[in-house]
Design a protein around this ligand. Sequence first.
Ligand SMILES: Cc1cc2nc3c(=O)[nH]c(=O)nc-3n(C[C@H](O)[C@H](O)[C@H](O)COP(=O)(O)O)c2cc1C
Length: 325
Amino acid sequence: MKTRVTEMLGIEHPIVQGGMQWVGLAELASAVSNAGGLGIITALTQPTPEDLVKEIDKCRQMTDKPFGVNLTILPTIKPVPYEEYAQAIASSGIKIVETAGRNPEPFLPLFKKAGIKVVHKCTSIRHALKAEAIGCDMVSVDGFECAGHPGEDDVTNLILLPLAARRLKIPYLASGGLGDGSGLAAALSMGADGINMGTRFMVTKEAPIHENVKQRMVDASELDTSLIYRSLRNTARVFKNSIAEQVVDIESRSGETKFEDIQPLVAGVKGRALFEDGDLDSGIWSAGMIVGLIDDIPSCEDLISRMVEEAESIIRERLAQMVSN
Ligand SMILES: Cc1cc2nc3c(=O)[nH]c(=O)nc-3n(C[C@H](O)[C@H](O)[C@H](O)COP(=O)(O)O)c2cc1C
């Protein structure tokens, strides 16, 4: 497949692995890139900008294909030296950055000067248009189905993607709720030039997380995600375990929810520990509705090649036959 995304990012297949806190390490990013997609290292998973540079070097030892870095600019409990992370990325020779969270405008001059292509992840058309206007090279359009932060508009990709096709000039990735070849073909037919996946890449051989987490996601249905932080207007889609259910319960009580009320349940360190020890009810983790369509733990190579094969056969056979007479 040749699209504006494969051309701009210098990759073989139009499939990108989105930034994932605690998951986006060199092991996974290099496996995705070696399989012809674009792997992405998550900057803030590294405790310091110096550690990020080491992780980038490690990834370079594991692949000679392009890979990128995600910089997520969100409110955090502990202040994050974003400027230093951005400097570390720019001086490390990375050529693709995925930004997410807040407006990436303050970092664009630095990234542009370093010849970096910036892909900004947005959950609404108005933010996508803003990203285009400030000079981002591409956007990822993250529908309501997605893992992590879907925003507060609750619009699914069936609406967002065709709208993006009508309004945007720059290429865009469809993100959220994608995990097989039919999703890839559908996204391309709705105007996207490629797709971005998080949850599906968590459930691969190379994802650096405990097998219990992967198996629980294989066993899950499309109903096994919860929306938390709705009352704080910072909604996150996470896997529905007992902790997520407790958070939803606290938020549904009458009166204002304060972050302190739920903080002990959702602490980031607990989520990280869960990925290491596989204790599935000890914290929360991001997961999207696509868990309902995940039923195995393939290598990234097997996953990407079968998705491309399936999408190509849908386009060449099923759809072509429908219009051939
Ligand atoms: C475990 C996990 C952690 C994530 N962490 C981040 C993050 O730190 N920054 C970010 O921009 N997106 C993050 N995401 C969102 C993904 O990059 C991607 O946008 C999303 O997973 C797409 O939806 P999908 O899971 O349905 O494919 C995370 C997703 C998952 C599953």
